[in-house]
Ligand binder design. Structure first.
Ligand SMILES: *[C@@H]1O[C@H](CO)[C@@H](O)[C@H](O)[C@H]1NC(C)=O
Ligand SMILES: *[C@@H]1O[C@H](CO)[C@@H](O)[C@H](O)[C@H]1NC(C)=O
Ligand SMILES: *[C@@H]1O[C@H](CO)[C@@H](O)[C@H](O)[C@H]1NC(C)=O
Ligand SMILES: *[C@@H]1O[C@H](CO)[C@@H](O)[C@H](O)[C@H]1NC(C)=O
Length: 616
């Protein structure tokens, strides 16, 4: 991409905006907590009775939906504000992008061309989105002919989408982008559980899913994937799959590796260890978290090289689903000259549910979700979990890293677990967590609520402009829009965190050019000069340059998510409008596996639109 060509245009825009600048009155950052007095308590026992929660696994636990009480979808949406420990509620803005995209957004992957691949499962009967004429699937498990789409490509800029044809069942599957930005998507259910599928981004609206002839060695349903420093993908676990494997495989490699840790962390009847949290560490090993345990795996030698203390409190992985992030990696002068420097790594895990909560939910008892978060510095000699409480409990949260290095926690429920009809009391307010805030009382803030419950089978992902795309929620066996308490959600929303408020517009940086990359490709340790503009005559305050890997999000875990704070060596003001900062690209593929990243400039806590760069 020729960044320099756009700079003249940007300059023009900046000059024009000088004349149209309207003075914006600053808005109060926080509004007082809205009162919910007089509303019917959503968690009244009589409302819970009769809804049966059933497992996603028909083979292990018979789905039994013996609903004796039906709830009209016009019930007032339950809110959970009565549980907040803080009186501060405010900031951020929700907008409805699409009332329906016809498909419930169970899985999401942002691609480098600013399109988001969204897909559900295929064996649910017809969706509400029709495939282009002539395209159908036959002899599906649900219907003999299905001419509806279960996947689509959403275009962020135009807010439009087009249906895609995914042939085999991708239900509860996993994925990772490879170094070329192609999605490697693995596994699923029944006929799809050994499948490997590709999605190559294109700009001509021609691309669609590609199913490979080659299969996974082991069926993978509820597994997690991560890209590795050599560009391959590791696929870990899945229901009753106590192993991992790679794609593509080296010829000298075993077809799969037995991984007893996954068997050991399986709770009787409940599991509580599916969709393990995976992070590639700067030493090249893999951090693996399941249930309440975590380890460092040397996947090349199939050896556990470190085990961490058990996280206190609740269970954290499916169906006692919490979420997790690896906190931003802060890069310094070390490493890029070949020295063995590695950044400190801290993993954070939030929410989840008590052991036994899933079996209780099946009986119609929705126990309170976990309120706790744990942080552990995995690179310490003697790491320990530091625990703190979220403003409210949450099961099935989505945790995403913002370009600023803060963490947003959204979606999910206050009671119950993941699974069909297993949760009540959607938590509608996102919270922001500031990992570097020294005062523990100021780390969390509660933001403005959505109106839409996003529970089981919902997803969220960071967009290139700093918004969060939110969709999905289908806690039922089929698409069900009536007669159920939390109807299937086909809508797509965006949440704009407080940094996007219009009163911050003058602070927002616009990247004008990135010098250094050749054809947009950056090499490890390379120096990059990032030129950006601020509002006219805006003096540059504190700023940083970050790189975010686009994640594959499903079931409350954003696989491959990582945020790198780049090492900056110099900054100066070029003109009334332009500023230039020199940074170093990450030093090694262990710190930044090859592929596409969103490069953000963050100025006084306000990020601008990213520029995509590819590191190789
Ligand atoms: C989806 O389609 C069904 C059947 O045509 C219809 O009843 C339902 O209202 C639609 N739902 C949405 C959210 O579009
Ligand atoms: C992959 O599995 C399918 C059955 O699901 C089979 O038809 C196909 O031959 C397998 N591919 C290879 C390369 O073995
Ligand atoms: C839901 O959780 C809250 C605490 O978050 C608890 O007070 C309440 O009793 C729970 N509701 C049910 C129905 O168990
Ligand atoms: C939706 O749920 C209701 C209540 O459980 C049930 O009666 C109905 O058959 C379901 N609809 C579909 C399409 O599964």
């Amino acid at each position: 991409m020729a960044f320099k060509n756009v700079s003249f245009f940007f300059l023009l825009v900046v000059i024009l905006s000088l004349f149209t600048l309207s003075s914006q009155r600053p808005r109060p950052r926080f509004r007082p907590r809205p009162s919910h007095g007089g509303r019917r308590r959503p968690d009244h026992p009589s409302m819970a009775r009769g809804i049966s929660c059933s497992s996603a696994s028909p083979s292990r636990f018979q789905p039994h939906i013996s609903t004796s009480l039906f709830f009209s979808s016009s019930l007032p949406l339950p809110t959970t504000s009565q549980y907040y420990s803080t009186t501060i509620v405010g900031g951020g803005e929700w907008s409805l992008l699409q009332e329906t995209i016809g498909v419930s957004a169970m899985h999401m992957q942002l691609l480098y061309n600013n399109k988001v691949l969204i897909f559900d499962r295929t064996d649910f009967g017809p969706s509400n989105l029709t495939l282009p004429s002539g395209k159908c699937r036959y002899n599906d498990e649900a219907v003999s002919e299905d001419c509806t789409a279960h996947s689509l490509l959403y275009d962020v800029a135009s807010n439009t989408y087009r249906p895609l044809l995914v042939k085999t069942d991708v239900w509860c599957s996993s994925g990772a982008l490879n170094s070329e930005g192609t999605l490697i998507q693995t596994g699923g259910y029944h006929g799809g559980d050994h499948k490997i599928r590709l999605f190559r981004p294109c700009d001509d609206d021609e691309c669609d899913w590609i199913e490979l002839q080659q299969n996974l060695t082991v069926h993978r349903w509820y597994s997690s994937d991560h890209i590795l420093p050599d560009g391959r993908v590791i696929i870990v676990g899945g229901r009753s799959s106590f192993s991992y494997e790679f794609f593509p495989k080296n010829t000298f490699e075993n077809s799969f590796y037995y991984f007893p840790f996954l068997k050991e962390t399986t709770d009787w009847k409940e599991e509580n260890n599916l969709y393990p949290f995976l992070y590639l560490l700067p030493d090249g090993n893999l951090f693996v978290f399941a249930n309440q345990r975590s380890i460092v795996l040397d996947y090349k030698k199939n050896k556990i090289v470190k085990e961490f203390p058990v996280i206190p409190g609740e269970k954290r992985t499916y169906p006692a689903t919490g979420s997790s992030v690896m906190l931003p990696l802060k890069l310094t002068a070390g490493g890029w000259d070949g020295s063995p420097w590695q950044p400190a790594v801290e993993v954070m895990v939030c929410g989840g549910a008590r052991g036994g909560a899933y079996m209780k939910a099946i009986e119609g008892l929705y126990v309170a979700a976990s309120r706790s978060c744990g942080r552990i510095r995995v690179t310490d000699q003697d790491p320990k979990w530091e625990m703190e409480d979220m403003p409210m409990g949450r099961v099935m949260p989505d945790m995403l890293l913002l370009p600023t290095g803060d963490v947003i926690i959204l979606n999910g429920a206050a009671n119950g677990t993941a699974g069909w009809e297993c949760a009540i009391n959607p938590v509608l307010n996102p919270v922001i967590y500031k990992p570097d805030e020294p005062d523990p009382d100021k780390r969390f803030s509660v933001l403005n609520p959505t109106k839409t419950a996003r529970m089981y089978h919902s997803a969220a992902t960071l967009l290139p402009d700093g918004r969060i795309l939110v969709g999905g929620s289908n806690p039922h066996v089929r698409y069900n829009f009536t007669g159920v308490r939390y109807p299937t959600e086909l809508s797509l929303e965006a949440f704009s965190p407080p940094y996007l408020a219009s009163d911050h517009a003058h602070l927002r940086p616009s990247i004008l050019s990135v010098e250094g990359p050749t054809n947009n490709v950056v090499s490890y340790g390379q120096q990059l000069a990032v030129t950006f503009s601020l509002g006219p005559y805006q003096r540059a305050g504190e700023y940083m340059v970050t790189m975010a890997a686009p994640s594959f999000t499903t079931h409350s875990f954003a696989m491959n998510q990582r945020l790198l704070v780049l090492y900056a060596v110099g900054a100066h003001q070029l003109s009334a409008f332009a500023h230039k900062v020199t940074v170093y690209a990450p030093p090694t593929p262990n710190i930044a596996p090859p592929g596409y990243y969103m490069l953000f400039v963050v100025h006084q806590g306000v990020p601008g639109q990213c520029v995509w760069i590819k590191i190789k």
